[in-house]
Design a protein around this ligand. Structure first.
Ligand code: CA
Length: 228
């Protein structure tokens, strides 16, 4: 069974998530503190997706996310945010997360996001051997690696999927909706803003000058275009 970790210190919310994970066919792994989450992850390296609350008694969820990302690029990470938290601050801090869900959330909403992350992780495994090469960029679809001028660029799963989409569609303007449905899946019910959050992060990793992007260019009022 696919393992999903839920890090949440509020027992009621945690139990609610656990029940719904089981109902959706996932094996839930529970953690009530940041430290417990990191320990559980070491014990269960096969956890596919981690759901992280932000306000915790010990280490906050952003820091937990950062520490998980330092050791694993493969795992899917969903942040649980409160409506009262300023979204700009949240998205700015979401350095390694793939998605976020705002409390209160419906079970269907959460499991749709988890399903989408698992689909992406699983879907990429079907690729046997393929190299995409454009400008200074070389993407190896089998090894999930990206190099820029021979130097490895470390990407999250989502960033890798976006780069793949761009490199498979050079010169074509892709709408935010195109990117969302290709990367997050057609059933994804989240906000388009998540596309911009991830593009901003990708630019920091791959552009020569983030203030004047030349590889991922903005198509105003529409989306983005890959121009390497
Ligand atoms: Ca909390």
């Amino acid at each position: 069974m696919k393992k999903v970790m839920i890090l949440e210190d509020e027992v009621n919310i945690r139990s609610f998530v656990v029940i719904n994970l089981r109902r959706a066919g996932y094996e839930p792994i529970e953690a009530a503190t940041g430290q417990e989450a990191l320990d559980k992850l070491r014990e269960n390296p096969d956890i596919g997706v981690a759901i992280l609350d932000i306000m915790l008694p010990d280490i906050d969820g952003f820091e937990v996310c950062r520490r998980i990302r330092a050791t694993s690029k493969q795992i899917g990470i969903i942040m649980l945010t409160a409506r009262t938290q300023e979204m700009d601050k949240v998205t700015g801090l979401m350095t390694g997360a793939d998605d976020y869900v705002t409390k209160p959330f419906s079970p269907a909403e959460l499991t749709a996001r988890i399903d989408a992350l698992f689909r992406r992780i699983g879907g990429d495994n079907t690729v046997t051997s393929e190299i995409l090469s454009q400008g200074p960029f070389v993407m190896n679809l089998r090894n999930h690696t990206l190099e820029k001028a021979g130097v490895r660029v470390k990407l999250t799963q989502v960033e890798h999927s976006i780069m793949k989409l761009f490199m498979q569609n050079p010169g074509r303007a892709l709408s935010r909706e195109d990117i969302l449905s290709a990367v997050w899946g057609r059933d994804y019910e989240g906000e388009l803003k998540i596309v911009d959050v991830n593009i901003r992060r990708l630019r920091i990793k791959i552009e020569d000058d983030t203030a004047n992007p030349t590889y991922i260019t903005t198509v105003w009022g529409y989306g983005y275009k890959w121009g390497a």
